[in-house]
Write a protein that binds this ligand. Structure first.
Ligand SMILES: *Cc1c(COP(=O)(O)O)cnc(C)c1O
Length: 418
């Protein structure tokens, strides 16, 4: 029995029901991709305990962080141990100016000028990719390219938003373009793309910006792999395109760029020109409400990690991280050459650590997964796990060890040439 104190509208006594939950969580696709992969791999290893397994599935780096980053982090740790240089909470919680300045200087290489208050340092791009949805209404229509990094879809569905898709497929080289007859409010783009390794050209991004402006929409641009771009003229930042500052937010991360997956540091660029009109007619700065959100829910990134992050952008830092990136790129090129030899169609590899290949002999993603696991003990990622357009495709990563990459490709050649 529930007795209600009518005056104060409080339930005061009785048997209460349990707390309700956000039932949108129950409607999420069960994202069992990496769990299913792990299960299949474990079952295989149980049957074949001595199998020389090579993992080319999960998108994690394998080379250590650059020596300058290690030194900078040690120095930062030492400062924390001395009263005079100890640091507690950071004033803004959006990153120290020394790091923001380093990021702003880096963007100058791409002719993008940023003021420091447009840069928000975070503990990795996944956090902000997921959290940014907090500041937008749940009635927005969200457009996501398919296949995609699963965070975009899940974080919006958790808030009950309607998600529509733009197909990335063989016909468009896995670079989806907008359908101008369909409206969206928020758009997620990722270039270089995970999982397909494809990139958008300046011309293609110009069309996306035109679409965003026609729809009064905001683009959330994920540039986590920008440092892997090798081709001239491919944009590293959406802000290289005219008009992007009025309609885009950019997210980037040091995870893949500088091996920071276990360090945790990234940054989000929210331009001061980005504004929307609220229902009462007032103009609202997206940057201001993002600051307000972060001020309540986030307390910044640890000082030694920010020291290490700033070291990435020094001359020596950039040299050292590019040495690692080149190592991965050489792996990617070895994988790409193997696909060429086997006449297997693929995208990626050139501006990205991912090779996205068409499963041979019309196999489905999971059929090909089982086939290579069981015959040559190589693990990849079934494309179907990233969205419906991924069916029949397969992702291999170049983040592995050189010898393993060569060995895996030799095994694949032997298997498929038969
Ligand atoms: C790895 C990755 C990120 C970065 O994640 P972190 O949280 O910074 O480690 C962001 N977007 C995509 C598409 C990624 O693949």
């Amino acid at each position: 029995m529930i007795v209600t104190d009518i005056k104060n509208n409080l339930k005061i006594k009785g048997v209460f029901s349990m707390p309700t939950i956000n039932e949108n969580f129950l409607k999420l696709e069960k994202n069992y991709l990496f769990i299913n992969i792990a299960k299949k791999v474990n079952a295989f290893l149980e049957k074949n305990p001595n199998a020389p397994l090579i993992r080319m599935g999960i998108g994690d780096v394998t080379l250590p962080i650059a020596p300058v980053c290690v030194e900078a982090m040690k120095k930062g740790a030492d400062e924390m141990g001395v009263k005079e240089t100890f640091k507690g909470y950071e004033d803004s919680g959006t990153g120290y100016d020394f790091l923001k300045q380093a990021i702003a200087d880096y963007y100058k290489n791409y002719n993008v000028s940023l003021s420091l208050d447009e840069i928000h340092v975070n503990d990795g791009a996944k956090s902000d990719c997921g959290n940014i949805v907090d500041i937008f209404g749940n009635d927005n229509i969200v457009l996501i390219t398919d296949p995609a990094y699963p965070v975009y879809v899940d974080s919006n569905k958790m808030n009950g938003r309607k998600v529509i898709y733009a197909d990335s497929n063989e016909e468009n080289g896995f670079a989806a373009m907008p359908d101008f007859s369909v409206h969206a409010d928020l758009i997620y783009l990722c270039s270089p793309n995970n999982p397909t390794g494809s990139v958008y050209t300046k011309e293609q991004l110009t069309i996306w910006i035109k679409y965003a402006k026609e729809n009064n929409a905001i683009i959330i641009f994920d540039a986590a792999y920008e440092a892997f771009i090798t081709e001239e003229g491919i944009p590293h930042s959406i802000f290289e395109i005219d008009g992007a500052k009025e309609c885009a937010i950019e997210m980037c991360s040091l995870s893949k760029t500088a091996g920071f997956t276990g360090m945790r540091c990234g940054y989000t660029i929210v331009p001061n020109d980005l504004k929307v009109i609220a229902s009462n007619g007032t103009e609202v700065s997206i940057s201001q409400i993002w600051n307000r959100r972060q001020g309540s829910k986030f307390n910044g990134v640890s000082y030694p990690v920010q020291c290490a992050a700033a070291a990435v952008f020094t001359e020596t830092g950039l040299k050292q991280i590019h040495k690692n990136i080149s190592y991965y790129q050489e792996n990617a090129s070895i994988i790409g050459k193997t696909m060429d030899e086997l006449n297997i169609q693929y995208t990626g590899g050139v501006n990205s650590p991912y090779i996205w290949l068409k499963c041979p002999n019309n196999m489905s993603s999971w059929e090909f997964f089982d086939y290579v696991l069981e015959n040559i003990a190589v693990v990849g990622t079934p494309g179907e796990g990233f969205g419906k357009n991924g069916e029949g495709w397969f992702r291999l990563t170049a983040f592995g060890d050189r010898d393993n990459t060569i060995e895996a490709m030799n095994r694949l050649k032997n298997l498929l040439k038969k």
